[in-house]
Design a protein around this ligand. Structure first.
Ligand code: ADP
Ligand code: MG
Length: 729
């Protein structure tokens, strides 16, 4: 075993950097060349078809059969001209990741002749026979009939399969025959639709030219890279995506010398390579840098319309995995692959944008626009305040449980950072009291709204400890896990904001009917919102213990456990808002809850098994062998009458024995705890048992194993060490 470790290290050390030629000198030459985008449609479709498809994209209207046939023909012609042989509906099931089932563009006739085939019906709908995707009881498995449906608002694209030609991928929703969502995209599209309606209705009071509001998202992606050989020498990474054992290296991230440091050449080649591939697919990845932890990196795209940004992030993760193979790396998206150093998040930068090009969360120097800004800002604050637990549920997972509240990651407490300047402005508004208008008064002046205070960029940026931070012209939800599908938190965020904007509009209308002046009425409502949501605003250090105490005093929830956080999905207030907004009905919410619990159970179960296996079959067996060697040596010393010299060895033998004993006991007890959990039929209870009774042993076992790592001869230690995984690149 130790042999395998050293072989892997040698292999990793001797890797050379693979050169990556640019597809062309100018990015513009190939940017989006693998997508069936607007330009392509314009050239390949009749004007009538083009118009219908554009309308469908803009308004979400249906595309009729004839047009679908024409689009399918154009898509096929375009795809085959670029080397595609197959097509697939590409969707995002609740397992995480993306799913594809490739069908060839041809069919075989009964007489054995191959004929080309890809009709509008195949474009619009496909039956993947996906009976083993999780459905949380929505679709009885024997029935096995969910179907996928084309989402024209996200362009079809070509996936390069390496040597095997290309596949035309058609972004799709995945729904059951009864119309219930089995994926992430369906509720995202519903949530974006209601957000559009609600925000546009509110915009009526500020600018009647606005006909549509879209949500925008820029998802910063953190990840670790580990050499492929080292990865395969760590069964825990292979099976669970994280290391269950490993003593911290002498040098970790304390020097912070990796952050924004120069990117190692081999890593750089990997980044350049996946960026080229991303650009061909029209994914606007723009920044790359080292992250805080050694071996950790980040990439970020320019923000886009939210549905597209989610597809692009999912596709990017897939792409990174594929490209990493060429460079002999494995990408870890896991939220906490290594104990004791930073984990990986996916910061979701979110805002709302009108069809007239206005970012609704951008501050302004004009009073009227400032009022608009404050309106949208405070509606978001109120929504997050009222549904903080639901937002917490939306980022709950087995992986994120290790990250939230651990080193350099936001805590499980949902709080909002606005920055001192905005707080001061809101305080001023609140304390102003009743405003009386006389004839000729300037209402904004009277209200104290002149301009948004200039937000010092580094002031809004500096607070990196807030899970939900206003960063100048957008909110940044930082608690999202690195491996998550951003759709999960974005479904919730957009729904609760849409709901809140509806409430706001209702209240405003009621006041206007009573004859109140619009600006005064708006400010009055916002003042109420501020008062009601104040307790969630926190400008201090979110990583501090003081905050945990303070948050408790404020009555904010701090839900560390994933099963309990997920339980917030099915609270009446959560179900009610999701159902009322038409995003998820009660059955769908319950199904999701169940699926997430099952995902959690499976992940913890796998980890527990890996821990048991590695502890007994790798660590304990090595320890016992080493002990035997020590015993031989001690015996020889004794025979030579070097009694005192044998003493340290005896102590070492004893310590190893004790640790081995504890490990063995704990692994047995953990197995019993697993049995007990497995015999529990009730899924929420089983998840809780996994999260408490089974997981309780993880740290205990790890502690002893990590101590043994320090005692046992490095030559014999079977598992690749942290310093090797993190620093060999
Ligand atoms: P920082 O690096 O300070 O966090 P950046 O301006 O570089 O901020 O943005 C980080 C991410 O936020 C990028 O993906 C960027 O595209 C995205 N972003 C910027 N403006 C918006 C917006 N209006 N809506 C959504 N995302 C945005
Ligand atoms: Mg950021």
């Amino acid at each position: 075993m130790a042999n395998m470790r050293f072989k892997a290290i040698e292999t990793a050390y001797n890797r050379s950097t693979i050169s990556v030629p640019a597809p062309s000198e100018k990015v513009a030459d190939y940017y989006g060349s693998y997508t069936f985008n607007d330009d392509v449609m314009k050239t390949l479709l009749t004007p009538e078809a083009y118009l219908k498809v554009s309308n469908a994209i803009k308004s979400g209207s249906r595309i009729d059969r004839e047009i679908a046939d024409e689009v399918a023909a154009a898509m096929k012609a375009w795809a085959t001209s670029k080397g595609a042989t197959h097509y697939t509906h590409w969707f995002q099931p609740l397992t995480g990741g993306t799913a594809e089932k490739h069908d060839a563009f041809f069919d075989v006739t009964p007489s054995g002749k191959a004929i080309e085939k890809f009709k509008g019906s195949a474009l619009v709908q496909q039956e993947p026979d996906a009976s083993s995707f999780p459905s949380g009881g929505l679709r009885a498995t024997f029935e096995a009939r969910g179907y996928t449906g084309w989402d024209p608002s996200s362009p079809a694209f070509l996936m390069d399969n390496g040597a095997g030609g290309k596949t035309l991928c058609i972004p799709s929703v995945f729904i059951s025959y009864t119309g219930e969502a089995l994926d992430y995209k369906t509720p995202i599209l519903r949530a974006l639709h209601v957000l559009d309606k609600a925000a546009t209705a509110v915009m009526y009071y500020f600018d009647r030219n606005v006909e549509k509001v879209t949500a925008t998202l820029g998802a910063e992606q953190e990840y670790f890279l580990v050499d492929k050989a080292l990865f395969y020498a760590r069964p825990d990474l292979v099976m669970a995506g994280r290391t269950v054992f490993g003593h911290s290296p002498a040098k970790g991230q304390q020097l912070e010398d990796h952050y924004f440091g120069s990117i190692p050449p081999r890593v750089n080649a990997f980044m350049v390579d996946f960026e080229y591939e991303a650009w061909k697919l029209g994914i606007p990845v723009r920044t790359r840098h080292n992250e805080v932890a050694p071996g950790q990196f980040e990439c970020a795209p320019t923000f886009e319309e939210l549905n597209l940004a989610i597809d692009h992030n999912a596709l990017l993760m897939d792409l990174m995995n594929k490209v990493a193979e060429r460079h002999n790396y494995k990408v870890l998206f896991h939220e906490k692959p290594f104990a004791g150093i930073n984990g990986s998040g996916k910061h979701n930068n979110w805002s709302m944008m009108t069809d007239t090009g206005v970012n609704l969360l951008a501050p302004s120097t004009k009073p009227k626009e400032t009022l608009r800004f404050l309106t949208f800002l405070m509606n978001v604050v109120k929504a997050v305040h009222d549904h903080a637990d639901l937002l917490r549920a939306s980022i709950a997972s087995a992986g994120n449980e290790y990250r939230l509240g651990a080193n350099e990651a936001p805590p499980a407490i949902v709080s909002i950072f606005l920055g001192d300047e905005l707080i001061r402005l809101l305080e001023t508004l609140e304390n102003r009291g009743e405003v009386q208008l006389e004839k000729g008064d300037n209402v904004f002046y009277k209200l104290g709204i002149t301009r948004t205070p200039p937000l010092m960029r580094d002031n809004t940026d500096r607070n990196r400890t807030s899970p939900f931070a206003f960063t100048g012209n957008k909110f940044e939800y930082r608690a999202v896990g690195g491996s998550a599908n951003s759709a999960s938190p974005m479904i919730i965020l957009n729904t609760i904001v849409a709901n809140q904007l509806q409430e706001f509009r209702k209240e405003l209308e009621a006041r206007l009917e009573l004859g109140e002046k619009k600006e005064l009425a708006i400010v009055d409502i916002l003042k109420d919102y501020y008062r009601e949501s104040k307790r969630i605003l926190f400008q201090g250090n979110g990583y501090s213990d003081d905050w945990v105490q303070e948050a408790a005093n404020r009555g904010l929830t701090n839900i560390a456990s994933t099963p309990l956080a997920l339980g917030k999905y099915i609270e009446p207030s959560a179900v009610q808002v999701l159902e009322k907004m038409g995003v998820l009905n009660e059955r769908e919410v319950h199904a999701r809850y169940e699926i997430e619990l099952e995902n959690y159970i499976k992940k913890v179960q796998i980890e527990s098994r890996v821990i048991g296996d590695l502890a007994l079959n790798h660590v304990v067996s090595t320890a016992v062998k080493y002990q035997h060697q020590l015993a031989q040596t001690a015996k020889s010393l004794m025979e030579l009458e070097l009694v005192e010299e044998a003493q340290p060895l005896k102590e070492l033998i004893k310590e190893i024995s004790q640790r081995v004993y504890i490990i063995k006991q704990a692994v047995e007890a953990m197995t019993e705890a697993r049995k007990k959990a497995n015999n529990t039929d009730d899924i929420p209870t089983r998840a809780e048992l996994y999260g408490s009774e089974v997981k309780d042993y993880f740290e205990k076992i790890r502690y002893e194993v990590d101590k043994l790592e320090l005692l046992i001869d490095d030559e014999d230690w079977p598992l690749v060490k942290y310093r090797e995984m993190l620093f060999v690149k």
